[in-house]
Design a protein around this ligand. Structure first.
Ligand code: FAD
Ligand code: UDP
Length: 367
């Protein structure tokens, strides 16, 4: 008889949802995390009454009512709608690409005028029938002005490679619409958990054994004996000791400032889309929850290459890495006592709602 049914490596959303559901089914779970806190990358910490998104801006959005009801059953969500502003060389543009942006770029007022302008901009790229990379995709979607002012600089800073070496699907994450609608997402439901994401994960993990500061690989001998099955949400290449080589990830450095003023930029997210400014965006956390505190807390996000000393925030789903991850996935599929789930273990550019969906699917398969 083992002490636990499940050892869950990682107290992020995948691990916490799995642990919660398995516990509901009467299974005993141990959740470990190498960090000193729960919640993985959605961790929020309260500083000066403001919930700080410690690993970058997190806005919850989904069109799946089941997932929306699920998260709302643990914590109430507010009505926040993400509408970032882009700052290109001191001039401001609304995002995502919509009638406000087209007006700011070209002075066009009606959807017909905007469509005509974009058609004219796209003409040069009509020969690209199947965009092979992000640059081609962006040019085919919106033409040269949008690409050069709002996409190229940001993208090349974010990914540290030319836009011609970045997969096309990444730019298709952003809506492109001919209405005056600055909502960054097309999903039906959107908001921020009132009181922060940590509150949501706290609720998920209520009554469950959690060990922080515990790296699976440093305690493997003990931990492998403790449970019947392992749920692994860390890096898939690390699990297999990098035997086929290391996957690439993109990392970030966060520069934080607590300011003695109540309102720094008037919006939760401002993107800096020119290449010359090193950071990609500035987050002003209080605006996620319509805060009225006297002080404000801002974070500049500087992308850089991943190394062993920092966090693997983004998978880089180009051909080279997709081929490599397929080898690891094949090995993973042969292990019937380990379930690999989440953004790092699956090496997928998942949003939060998708991680919750796949965790609930994994639970359904188990029970
Ligand atoms: P994680 O949150 O990464 O959790 C994995 C956990 O495993 C971590 O806590 C880690 O410490 C732990 N771990 C790893 N290896 C080990 C080990 N060896 N031993 C012990 N513990 C280990 N999604 C949205 O829906 N909306 C957004 O606005 C949004 N913004 C984002 C902004 C940024 C900058 C980033 C990086 C992501 C964003 N996301 C957003 C995505 C979201 O963060 C993820 O989808 C989600 O948090 C992934 O959950 P997870 O459980 O798979 O992974
Ligand atoms: N992007 C851009 N300009 C912007 C915002 C985003 O070119 O002002 C591109 C960039 O390539 C980025 C991708 O769109 O990596 C996806 O953006 P998203 O905001 O979804 O990125 P995330 O929040 O996951 O970092």
């Amino acid at each position: 008889m083992k002490q636990y049914d499940y050892l869950i490596v990682g107290a992020g959303l995948f691990g916490s949802v799995f642990a919660h559901e398995a516990t509901k089914k009467g299974r005993k779970c141990l959740v470990i995390d190498k960090r000193n806190h729960i919640a993985g990358n959605v961790f929020t910490e309260n500083i000066e009454g403001i919930n700080i998104h410690k690993y970058g801006a997190h806005i919850f959005h989904t069109s799946n009512k089941e997932i929306w009801d699920y998260v709302n059953s643990f914590v109430e969500f507010n009505r926040f709608t993400n509408s970032p502003i882009a700052n290109y060389k001191g001039k401001l543009y609304n995002l995502p690409f919509n009638m406000n942006t087209f007006y700011q770029l070209w002075g066009v007022v009606t959807p017909e005028e905007a469509i005509a302008k974009i058609e004219e901009q796209k003409k040069e790229y009509a020969h690209i029938l199947e965009p092979k990379n992000l640059e081609e995709q962006a040019l085919v979607l919106g033409g040269k002005d949008i690409y050069e002012k709002l996409i190229k600089g940001y993208t090349e800073k974010q990914w540290g490679r030319p836009a011609t070496q970045i997969p096309a699907f990444i730019i298709r994450r952003l809506p492109f619409r001919f209405t005056y609608d600055n909502n960054y997402f097309n999903d039906i439901y959107q908001g921020i958990p009132i009181g922060g994401y940590t509150k949501l994960v706290d609720k998920l993990l209520e009554g469950i054994d959690v060990r922080l500061h515990t790296n699976y690989f440093e305690n493997k001998d003990e931990l492998d004996l403790i449970a019947n099955k392992t749920i692994y949400t860390g890096k898939i290449d690390e699990f297999f000791n990098f035997e086929f080589g290391e996957l690439d990830y993109r990392s970030l450095h966060f520069e934080n400032h607590l300011l003695d003023k109540s309102n720094y930029q008037g919006n939760a997210v401002v993107n800096y889309t020119e290449k010359e400014i090193e950071y990609t965006r500035i987050i002003e956390h209080k605006h996620f929850e319509f805060g009225t505190q006297e002080k404000t807390y801002i974070t500049k996000e500087f992308p850089h290459e991943f190394s062993k000393d920092n966090e693997p925030y983004y998978p880089i789903n180009d051909d080279k890495n997709q081929e490599l991850v397929a080898k690891y996935q094949e090995k993973a599929s042969l292990l019937d006592k380990v379930i690999f789930g989440g953004r790092l273990a699956e090496y997928k550019y998942y949003d939060m709602h998708q991680v919750i969906e796949i965790a609930l699917e994994a639970v359904k398969k188990e029970f």
